[in-house]
Design a protein around this ligand. Structure first.
Ligand code: KIV
Length: 276
């Protein structure tokens, strides 16, 4: 393990120092290795794998076994980053006992060092009980993809005033409840910049934003959005730092052409021929 291994306690220190926290999702060994070597602080084995990797139209079908399968690959690749495992839909909402068992499995069998779960005030007791048994919890409020049906789609939250789920004052209460319950950090997804800024200023724990603007203490992107590994849809909040879809497509096209033209394999790719 690297000397400067990132621990949950480092994230709170980074907020206090004003050092931005970097987080990316990862689902397999090679990309986790690349991101860890590049120096990302947190690797999230997110249930976004349902959409990014499995081609589903929401995160709802993802199972705990699938998160565990991917978490093990990411943990094998990790030297420095903190690995957070996501609790998928209905793996923690049924009862506190269920949450304890499944969060425990992400730590014990998956090798994650912390878990993430969606929800604010309604999840506070669950967070408290996980923290009581020393399972570090990252909260997640705002546009919570597991609430896609209640929200009427993947919609920006916190635009309306009020105390109903997804409304501005409710999200302020949700953030406070998650912090008071003992979470070490909180993801703010899909909320207006001024609301994210207010939550960040009030919270002693770091906020990590996705579609929540620059005032957050850190930022997270789904790796496929960051690398341009998506066929067409590009959410407004994401930025492509590469265009891997295009590059992979061009590589596959060249390979197919060279095989059809018998240009590949060339002598240098063969055994038992001169130079092979
Ligand atoms: O599942 C996920 O990848 C997430 C991030 C988008 C925060 O929850």
């Amino acid at each position: 393990m690297a000397k400067d291994k990132v621990r949950v306690t480092d994230l709170v220190r980074m907020k206090a120092e004003g050092t931005p926290i970097t987080m990316l999702t990862a689902y397999d060994y090679p990309f986790a290795r690349i991101f860890d070597q590049a120096g990302v602080d947190v690797l999230l084995v997110g249930d976004s794998l349902g959409m990014a990797v499995q081609g589903a139209d929401s995160t709802l079908p993802v199972t705990l076994s699938e998160i565990l399968y991917h978490a093990r690959m990411v943990v094998r690749a990790r030297r420095r980053a903190l690995v957070v495992g996501d609790l998928p839909f209905l793996s923690y909402q049924v009862s506190i006992e269920q949450a304890l068992r499944n969060a425990g499995r992400l730590i014990k069998d998956g090798g994650a060092e912390a878990v993430k779960l969606e929800g604010g005030t309604t999840m506070a007791e669950t967070i408290r009980r996980l923290v009581d048994v020393d399972i570090p919890v990252m909260g997640h409020i705002g546009l919570t993809p597991q609430s896609v049906h209640r929200m009427g789609g993947h919609r920006v939250q916190g635009r309306r005033s009020g105390k109903d789920p997804g409304c501005r004052e409710r999200l302020l209460e949700d953030a406070a409840a998650v912090e008071q319950a003992g979470a070490f950090a909180i993801v703010l997804e899909g909320i207006p910049v001024d609301l994210a800024s207010e939550i960040t200023a009030k919270a002693a724990i770091p906020t990590i934003g996705i579609g929540a603007g620059p005032a957050c203490d850190g930022q997270v992107l789904v790796m496929h959005d960051m690398l341009g590994l998506t066929e067409s849809f590009m959410p407004r909040f994401a930025k492509h730092y590469a265009n891997l879809w295009h590059d992979a497509s061009a590589a596959a096209t060249s390979y197919i052409r060279e095989v059809r033209e018998r240009a590949f394999p060339a002598p240098e790719h063969c055994y038992g021929v001169k130079g092979g």
